[in-house]
Design a protein around this ligand. Sequence first.
Ligand code: DI6
Ligand code: FE
Length: 402
Amino acid sequence: MSRRLYTGLRIATMEPGGPPYGLVEDGAIAVEAGRIAWLGPRTALPADRADAPAEDFAGRLATPALIDCHTHIVFGGDRAREFEMRLQGASYAAIARAGGGIVSTVVATRALDEDGLVAAALPRLDAMIAEGVATVEIKSGYGLTVDDELAMLRAARRLGRERPVRVKTSYLAAHALPPEYRERPDAYIDAVVLPGLEAAHREGLVDAVDGFCETIAFSPAEIDRVFAHARALGLPVKLHAEQLSNLGGAALAASYGALSADHLEYLDEAGVAAMAAAGSVAVLLPGAFYTLRETQCPPVAALRAAGVPMAVATDCNPGSSPLASPLLALNMAATLFRLTPEEALAGATREAARALGLAQETGTLAPGKRAEIAVWDVAEPAALAYRIGFNPLHRRIAEGLA
Ligand code: DI6
Ligand code: FE
């Protein structure tokens, strides 16, 4: 990879501990072999960096490329009809009885082969890349058989080969009980979740193990069985926790040193303390909060006071969050959850990298980090959370991912 020099940038490095957003005015970034070799005020540019082929961005804002650290973009079909039914007042139970809900997506997903799964996911991934995303986390969880979960994860890995983007996968067979195992969670865990995890891990398809800990999904004891297996395989964990009620899922995840606990609308002080002690990231998903018309916000003030890192993601999925816009997720995190614009942007860069175990690689702009940079047609970093439905991306630079 070549040497490059980017100048004329207002650089929001997102490095903590310095000025807001880690801002560098009239900055320059020197890139070598896909890594940031030097970054700082152009007036301080070392002479040996000045001879690289240069590009001037005339004062535009540069941030780390965005990271969507919680998505379900691989799935078949859609749930638009269900959306209509819900707006006509149908309950989730009535929708489920009519074959709707997660099960309808499972049926549509099982009907697709790997090519079909990739083709179905690409428009959603392209929408994220168009908003400056360079890293995306993709979960399984709509196959719910060993073969179909493997097909989803193979499709996720292929998306990282078919587009200039880094894909991190999460195994989420513990997402929902398929009809063939109705009311038999332990039998499903024995026959599908654990053998599927072994097979997926053997094939190198799993970067983390996830679960849905909820009254309508899996209990803490059932999640504990899955996480114990993940630990035995040396795999990190993350968890959909306290989304609709408080089952102590976040504390359970923290007891495994989880990378993150996600949703967290019903997180309590004990859960906050457990996450703070474990260093787990709170991944906030305002798209699901908005779509479900939830009224209970995650305890952002308590998370902030306890120093729990907060990430923001789309949770792009066909049911609770049909949202493929990380920029709109930033706006929702600020407007609905009262994150500051700086916290929201950190949530889709620095803290999202932390939630994926990539904090040493990317998520801020600093020497040694990957040269994954988003350049925007705005001057103020707050504009990225402020604007709604009006994408200001000028250029996405991600040499190592091309
Ligand atoms: N929480 C959610 O909101 C989604 N999954 C989860 O664990 C719902 C997924 C769907 O409705 O398809
Ligand atoms: Fe989710």
